[in-house]
Write a protein that binds this ligand. Structure first.
Ligand code: NAD
Length: 477
């Protein structure tokens, strides 16, 4: 088993688990602790901010082409180490090994994207408003940034933030999820092995509230980027208000899927059954509320359920596993509660509905029909392997129901009609819309939400802009 020695990394200096108090890391497939993670002390936090501050002028002033070369080299190393990193990820997060590898390959592509995009941080020249005046707009890195990433995508979420920050010329303090630290350690290692100067990218772990407070309260940190729950996002935005930091918030969602009666219903059911249970449903852009036209709901449901019954739940290391355990005990309890509420509200469980065994955090892929729109699984982000299916009749009606929640991250529709597709694209209140596809996430596209799902984007040119300041210079000759 390849699992790295866990450490915090400050200014290129590594502090191992034995040197600090910390916490255990658990294997979600067994529920057993298998590694020790060091926590950063208050002194470590001061050291990490100082080392990022010391590294900033050198990194900011490096030619973008040279920064790009280091990022590209890091992406290459991540690809070369894919087997080891994927093994660590499956061990600590639970997802099937093939999914871990897919995520790491995608993460390397994200770094490559930013390596190139960082060379295009263009400003502009504005025609003079007076003779002899130069009017110039330039882009500068915001400075020191702090990133907080969750456990569901232990490589991709950090890489989106690392890529944007470093390509823009910022230095970053990454607080990765304490539940999945091994992946983060291996990623940061790849950047240092690629020649990244010490202090440009730092890695800390600890009590999330303590660490984030120390970083957010410090005036030297000028930008924060958080991926996680809406509740924590709101808290961090409030904290960041005191020093008016720039913030990017990638928060939860509750992705509606609209299946119209002119869609290729079987193809939609096949695609959605595979997509919904990826990463055991612990995906912020997962399709999570299935609105299916009354004329095709029986056909859709039958096909969807037969796909779901073929999923193989098990340890992510076992050959053929298509769905691993939930990542932690909290998710298991949350899903049990949502399913319990659905049953009380009259839902008909078509498959699944129960925890599997009593070792590890396994839950059956679950499909429920016949629910009211106001039950918990239809209104709270499920973040787990539960698919509620309800019917609809009219376009306006289903758009209103899809838009009725405070979330606005990803939405999906399946239709063969151009006019329905255009109405849905315009009408859905969400940062990402997939029509006849679930593929709304890729390095070159902006990834982000509306409403309480947050603001700011990662990926695309927007992902670089998030780490840049705009400066306007008027120069008289
Ligand atoms: P949580 O709210 O306890 O934590 C979410 C993430 O935020 C974790 O990574 C955690 O370490 C971090 N966090 C918590 N308090 C923090 C603080 N004060 N400062 C900085 N980081 C902090 O929830 P959870 O039980 O870990 O996850 C469940 C919920 O989180 C899900 O229902 C889902 O809504 C949301 N979530 C969303 C994403 C996403 O990709 N948007 C990822 C993971 C979790």
């Amino acid at each position: 088993m390849t699992y790295p020695d866990l450490k915090i990394i400050i200014g290129g200096k590594e502090i191992q688990a034995l040197a600090r108090d910390g916490e255990d890391v658990y294997d979600p497939a067994t529920g057993e602790a298998f590694a020790k993670l060091p926590h950063a002390t208050a002194d470590d936090m001061e050291a990490v901010i100082s080392s990022a501050e010391a590294a900033f002028p050198g990194w900011r002033d490096k030619a973008p082409l040279d920064r790009s070369a280091i990022l590209r080299k890091a992406a290459t190393l991540i690809r070369e180490r894919i087997d080891d990193i994927a093994t660590a990820m499956t061990k600590e997060q639970g997802k099937p090994l093939a999914e871990s590898k897919g995520e790491i390959a995608y993460s390397a592509n994200v770094i490559d994207w930013y390596a190139e995009e960082g060379r295009r941080a263009y400003g502009r020249i504005i025609p003079a408003s007076l003779p002899g005046l130069s009017q110039i707009v330039t882009k500068e890195p915001v400075g020191l940034a702090a990133a907080f990433t969750p456990w569901n995508f232990p490589a991709l979420t950090p890489c989106r933030k690392i890529g944007g920050a470093l390509a823009a010329g910022c230095c970053l303090v990454l607080k990765a999820a304490e539940e999945t630290p091994g992946t983060a350690v291996m990623l940061v290692q790849a950047f240092h092995d690629a020649g990244l100067p010490p202090g440009v990218l730092n890695l800390v772990f600890g009590n999330p509230a303590d660490i984030s407070s120390q970083l957010i309260d410090d005036r030297r940190i000028r930008k924060i980027s958080f991926t996680g729950s809406i509740g924590v996002g709101k808290l961090l935005v409030r904290q960041a208000a005191d020093t008016l930091k720039r913030t990017t918030m990638e928060l939860g969602g509750h992705g509606p899927v609209l299946v119209f009666d002119d869609a290729d219903v079987n193809a939609a059911a096949d695609m959605l059954a595979a997509g919904k249970f990826r990463n055991a449903g612990q995906v912020c852009i997962s399709p999570t509320r299935f609105y299916v036209h009354d004329r095709v709901i029986d056909q859709f449901t039958e096909r969807f359920v037969s796909n779901v019954k073929r999923l193989k739940v098990g340890n992510g290391f076992e050959e053929g596993t298509t769905m691993g355990p939930l990542a932690n005990q909290r998710r298991l309890e949350a899903i049990e509660e949502l399913v319990g509420d659905a049953v009380e509200r009259g839902g008909d469980i078509l498959t699944g509905g129960k925890r599997i065994g009593n070792a590890g955090f396994f839950f059956e892929p679950t499909v429920i029909r016949g629910l009211p729109d106001d039950c918990r699984v239809m209104t709270e982000e499920p973040f787990g392997p539960v698919a509620p299916i309800v019917g609809f009749r009219e376009l306006d009606e289903v758009l209103n129901r899809a838009n009725s929640l405070p979330f606005g991250l990803a939405s999906y529709a399946f239709t063969s009609s151009l006019s329905t597709s255009a109405a849905v694209e315009r009408g859905l209140q969400s940062g990402m819309v997939g029509i006849n596809t679930l593929g709304v996430s890729n390095p070159e596209g902006p990834f982000g939400g509306m409403k309480e799902s947050g603001y700011g984007q990662e990926g695309g040119s927007e992902g670089l802009e998030a780490y840049l300041e705009t400066k306007y210079v008027a120069r008289a000759s």
